[in-house]
Design a binder for this molecule. Sequence first.
Ligand code: ADP
Length: 339
Amino acid sequence: MLTRSDAAARCARIVVVGSSNTDMVVRVPSLPRPGETVLGGTFFTARGGKGANQAVAAARAGGAVTLIACLGDDTLGDATLAALAAEGIDLRGVQRTAGTPSGVALILVDERGENSIAVAPGANALLAPEQVRLRAGLLSPGDVCLAQLETPLESVLTAAKVASRAGARFVLNPAPARDMPDELLALVSVLTPNEAEAVRLAGVPVGDEHGLENAGAVLLQRGAGAVVITLGAGGAFVATKEFRESIPGFRMEARDTTGAGDVFNGALAVALAEHASLADAVRFANAAAAISVTRDGAQPAAPRRAEILQLLAGNPIRLEMPNHAASPSSSAEHAERDA
Ligand code: ADP
């Protein structure tokens, strides 16, 4: 079986449409009740937002990644842009919004690992369909457009339409779960809910193989081209009109599963853009996500391609170089400012 080197894989283009946040985390002995102040322990910030997390994961897994997102014209936005540029992500699709802050998540974590989170979407709520259309020309047949549900639904729908017109595949990670029109589902090439999201979207329990098959069938019936339900340490369940398959995950000593789904989606998009079969793409994504759970955080935990291929070494998958090349230079300077 063939595995591709890093250099060859650089041609696979992934356009991610989604959110970018700064997570501000304070560890506390116990979560404060209303009106209560608790003296916290350490404070740290981490870059987050499902769109940015998945873009970083895809870039590290070997994809040529363009991010379409909105950031405020503030210092958090500046720091985020610099960090994403350092990952080699093309940022010409990122707009800065004057007068609206960058997205922020305020997170309290207690000693037992319980958390309490408030998210101010800020600029993420301003991601407009027009911004997606402006970058539509980047997508070619065989490319992958990857979106989640932390930005306005109209933009996600526009991304799906643009991808479909370009002959690119549209991968939708329906997180956080919310109701979606069948018009959107019909444009989805691969839908990637976790178990809770699958229950919410399909309206059936997914506790066992039978439940997974039922949920997959409902979502295929609603229009998705393929369904990949992620199962934590259990790997993933794949359903298409032609086949159903459980693809086991990798056994790892889990340390922090934050962002495992984001790493899974970023890596899945890369393998699909490299013409892997869906089952092989899921194996690649399982390997990437498994490595990520052995490390802290979301973006910092995303593995590099060589690490993913090393974990897969005993069970290589088939990746092919796409027959077109597109690799615009990446730089924070390319981000458009919307004064
Ligand atoms: P989410 O993070 O969106 O809730 P999951 O918990 O289903 O999604 O995890 C996504 C993927 O991460 C899984 O399909 C699997 O590949 C990987 N993963 C998650 N937890 C573990 C674990 N404990 N050990 C190995 N792989 C894991």
